[in-house]
Design a protein. Structure first.
Length: 673
C-alpha cells in the first residue's frame, strides 16, 4: 500500500512560473526536490526567483528555517539535450523519484511524451502528477503503463501563497493515489479539494469561466460597462477583484486558452467575443499595459479606478447565476462535494463566501429565475437551470429565507451597516467586519458601528452568544492607517483610548464572545480578537502585531493582553519583530484556542456558540466576570468576588431550573432570570 510517509524525493518538471513555485513549496515542507527544465539558464533564473521569494517570506516571519537551509534541499537538472531527447541525468533523477509533479506548457503531446518517459524511468511506487489546469488527466495517463498512479495536482498561482490544490482523479486513477496526493498537499501546507471525475476545468476554472463569460456577455450586449460590472462584483458581492480586473491581472491570453481547451473537450458555452478581440489585438492586460483597463507601466499592476457607485444598477445575480448553475451540476454529478466546491471558490478565487453559500443567500428560486431570464434572452441551452436547482425550488429548499438550501439555517435576520454586516441567528449573533477590499481594516466608523452593535445585541434577549468574524480573506489586517495619516499625537492618543474603551466593553461584555479568525488577523485585528473570550482560527489564518514595522507600537491593548495570553518573552518577540505566525503556531502559544480547516470554521464556531447558549446566561456572565476581574487583581479579592457571585446566583430562577432538571433527569431550559 502506498504511503505519503514513503515520499522523500520530489521531482518538479518545468521551472516556469508554476514549477519553481511548486518546488519552493515542496522544499519549505522539508522534501528533497529536483527541479528540471530544458536549459541551465532557465534553471538559474528559477533558483534566483525561489531565493527572492524565500527571503521575502523569511523577512515576514513566515518561515521556520533560514532560506539557506531550504535552498540546500533544491537541486537542478537539465531535462532535454541538444537533440531534443531527454538527458541521462534526468533519467537518473526520475529513477530515484517518489513523486513527480509536471508543470510544463499546456500542450497534450508534450505532457504525454514526458509521462511516457517518466513511466519508463521512475520506480514502480512513484506517483506521476500533472499541474495541468485544463487538459484531461485521463489522456495524459494514457501515455503510461501505470494510469492508476497518474493524478492531477493543480496548484494556483503563486503556489507559495495560494492555499488551494485541486486533486483530480482520472478515469483509472486509484483511490490510494488520490489519498496519498491529498495527504502530500496537506504536508505542503495546502488545502486540497478532490475532483472525482476528470471534467474539463475541474472545479475552479469551470465556475470562473461561467462567471467571467457572463460578465463579458453583459458588456458585449451593451447592458453595462466594464467598470459597472466590476463595481457590482467588488462592492455588492465583496469579490477581491472585478471580472475584467481579474482577467487583466492574470492575463487575457490565459483565460482565452483555458476556455478554448475546455470547450474543445465538451464544456458547453458560447464564448464572449470581447475576450477573442482583446486576444487578437495583443491587449492581454497588465503584461502588455492594456487590456480592459490601461496600465502605465507594462508588467506592473496598478489597481484601476472602479467607483463603488458605478455598479448600483447592475444585478450581480445575473453574473453569478451561471456559476451557481455549474456548481449545482458538479454537486449533482458527484464530481465534487458541497464543501469542496465552496472551499475551492473561497481559496482559489478569494471569494468571501462559497458559490453555494451565495446561492442560499440570494435564494434558489431567484437563481432559477435569473437563469431562465438569461435563457429566454439568448436561447442558449447552457442557461437551463440544473435539475438539482429545480428540485430544490420544488421542495421549498430556497436557502436562508426558508432555513434550508444547500446548507441549513435557523431563522436569520440581517442588518447591513456601512462597515459591518450583522446576522441575527438566535441564539447567536454574527458581527462580520465587512470591508473586504481593505482586508477589513478598522476605521473610526467601524469602531463606532461596532460599539453601537454591541450595545444593541446586549439588550437583545434572543442573543446568548456573539461571534466576531471578517468577510473575505481577513478577520482584520489592522487599523486603517490611511484614516490616521497626518493626525496630531494628541489625536492619535485619543483614537488609541477610544479603541481601548471598545475592547474593554468587549472583554467585559455580559455575553460570551467568540472571535472566528478566518484569515489575516494583524495589528488592531489581533487586539480585537484578544478581547474576545475564545479565538477559533482557520488553518489559513496568520496572526501578528506588525506595528513596529511602521514605526509605532500596538495601541489598543496589544502590549498588555498579548503577554497575559502567551507570556512576556514571546509577546515581546512578536511585538519587537513584527513577525506574523500561522494559526498552528499561535495555538501552541495559547494565542488561539482551536485551529480548524477553513471549510469547518463557521460550523465549529457555531457548535461552540450553541453549546454556550444552552448554559444559564447569568451564571456564564458571573463566571466570566470572576475570571476576568480575578486575573487583574490579587487572589484574595478574586476569591471574595467569586464567593459573592456564587451566593448571588442562588437568588436566580436558573438555579432552581438547573437543580430541578438534574433531579428530574432532563435537560434544563435556562431563561436568564
Amino acid at each position: 500500500m502506498a504511503s505519503v510517509d514513503r515520499i522523500r524525493r520530489i521531482t518538479v518538471v518545468g521551472a516556469g512560473t508554476m514549477g519553481h513555485g511548486i518546488a519552493e513549496v515542496a522544499a519549505i515542507a522539508g522534501y528533497e526536490v529536483w527541479l528540471a527544465d530544458i536549459s541551465e539558464d532557465i534553471l538559474r533564473n528559477a533558483l534566483k526567483r525561489i531565493r527572492w521569494s524565500l527571503d521575502k517570506l523569511y523577512e515576514k516571519g513566515q518561515l521556520r528555517e533560514h532560506p539557506d537551509k531550504i535552498m540546500e534541499r533544491i537541486k537542478t537538472v537539465v531535462s532535454v539535450d541538444k537533440n531534443g531527447g531527454y538527458t541521462e541525468d534526468f533519467a537518473r533523477v526520475l529513477s530515484e523519484t517518489d513523486f513527480m509533479i509536471e508543470a510544463i506548457p499546456e500542450k497534450l503531446e508534450l505532457k504525454q511524451q514526458l509521462f511516457r518517459f517518466a513511466d519508463e524511468k521512475a520506480p514502480e511506487h512513484a506517483i506521476l502528477a500533472t499541474n495541468t489546469s485544463s487538459l484531461p488527466i485521463t489522456e495524459i495517463a494514457a501515455a503510461t503503463k501505470r494510469p492508476e498512479r497518474v493524478v492531477g495536482m493543480h496548484f494556483f498561482n503563486p503556489p507559495p501563497l495560494m492555499p488551494l490544490v485541486e486533486v483530480i482523479k482520472g478515469e483509472k486513477t486509484s483511490d490510494e493515489t488520490v489519498r496519498v496526493t491529498v495527504e502530500l498537499a496537506k504536508r505542503f501546507g495546502k488545502q486540497p479539494v478532490v475532483v472525482n471525475k476528470d471534467v474539463p476545468g475541474f472545479i475552479v476554472n469551470r465556475i470562473l469561466a461561467r462567471v467571467l463569460n457572463e460578465a463579458c456577455h453583459m458588456v458585449a450586449r451593451g447592458e453595462a460597462s466594464v467598470v459597472e460590472v466590476d463595481s457590482a462584483l467588488k462592492y455588492k458581492l465583496g469579490l477581491p477583484m472585478g471580472a475584467f480586473e481579474l482577467a487583466d491581472y492574470s492575463g487575457i491570453d490565459v483565460f482565452y486558452y483555458v476556455f478554448q481547451a475546455m470547450a474543445q473537450r465538451g464544456f458547453r458555452a458560447h464564448p464572449c467575443p470581447l475576450f477573442k478581440e482583446k486576444f487578437e489585438k495583443g491587449e492581454l492586460g497588465v503584461k502588455t499595459g492594456k487590456g480592459f483597463y490601461e496600465y502605465p507601466v507594462p508588467g506592473k499592476y496598478q489597481r484601476p479606478n472602479i467607483p463603488k457607485e458605478a455598479g448600483e444598477k447592475v444585478d450581480p445575480l445575473l453574473i453569478l447565476a451561471p456559476g451557481i448553475n455549474e456548481a449545482a451540476y458538479l454537486l449533482r454529478e458527484g464530481i465534487a462535494t458541497r464543501d469542496d466546491i465552496d472551499k475551492a471558490v473561497k481559496l482559489g478565487l478569494g471569494y468571501p463566501k462559497g458559490i453555494l453559500e451565495y446561492a442560499d443567500e440570494f435564494g434558489i428560486d431567484k437563481v432559477v429565475e435569473a437563469l431562465e431570464k438569461l435563457k429566454q434572452k439568448t436561447g442558449w441551452e447552457e442557461y437551463e437551470p440544473d435539475p438539482l436547482l429545480k428540485q430544490m425550488v420544488q421542495d421549498g429548499r430556497l436557502g436562508v429565507k426558508t432555513g434550508k438550501g444547500f446548507y441549513e439555517y435557523g431563522a436569520v435576520e440581517q442588518q447591513q451597516k456601512n462597515t459591518l454586516l450583522i446576522r441575527i441567528e438566535p441564539p447567536i449573533a454574527w458581527i462580520v467586519l465587512n470591508r473586504p477590499s481593505k482586508l477589513n481594516a478598522i476605521s473610526p466608523e467601524m469602531l463606532r458601528e461596532l460599539s453601537e452593535a454591541l450595545d444593541e445585541l446586549e439588550e437583545d434577549e434572543r442573543i446568548r452568544v456573539v461571534v466576531l468574524t471578517g468577510s473575505g480573506r481577513a478577520f482584520s489586517a489592522g487599523a486603517d492607517v490611511t484614516a490616521f495619516m497626518g493626525i496630531s499625537p494628541v489625536k492619535a492618543m485619543m483614537y488609541s483610548r477610544r479603541f481601548q474603551e471598545i475592547l474593554f466593553k468587549l472583554e467585559y461584555y455580559t455575553k460570551p464572545v467568540i472571535a472566528a479568525l478566518n484569515g489575516y488577523t494583524l495589528g488592531g485585528g489581533l487586539e480585537l480578537a484578544m478581547a474576545a473570550d475564545f479565538r477559533i482560527a482557520s488553518e489559513t489564518a496568520m496572526l501578528g502585531q506588525p506595528e513596529i514595522n511602521l514605526g509605532f507600537i500596538p495601541g489598543a491593548g496589544g502590549t498588555q493582553r498579548l503577554p497575559r495570553l502567551i507570556g512576556r518573552s514571546r509577546a515581546k518577540e512578536l511585538i519587537y519583530t513584527g513577525d506574523m505566525i500561522p494559526a498552528s503556531e499561535a495555538a501552541k502559544l495559547g494565542l488561539v484556542d482551536r485551529v480548524v480547516p477553513p471549510e469547518r470554521l463557521e460550523q465549529d464556531v457555531r457548535q461552540l456558540a450553541l453549546k454556550l447558549a444552552e448554559k444559564p446566561p447569568l451564571a456564564v456572565m458571573a463566571a466570566k466576570y470572576a475570571v476576568q476581574i480575578g486575573m487583574e487583581t490579587n487572589i484574595w479579592t478574586g476569591m471574595a468576588l467569586e464567593s459573592s457571585l456564587f451566593g448571588l446566583l442562588f437568588s436566580t430562577d436558573d438555579v432552581v431550573e438547573g437543580v430541578t432538571a438534574f433531579l428530574e433527569k432532563r435537560k434544563p431550559k435556562f431563561k436568564g432570570r
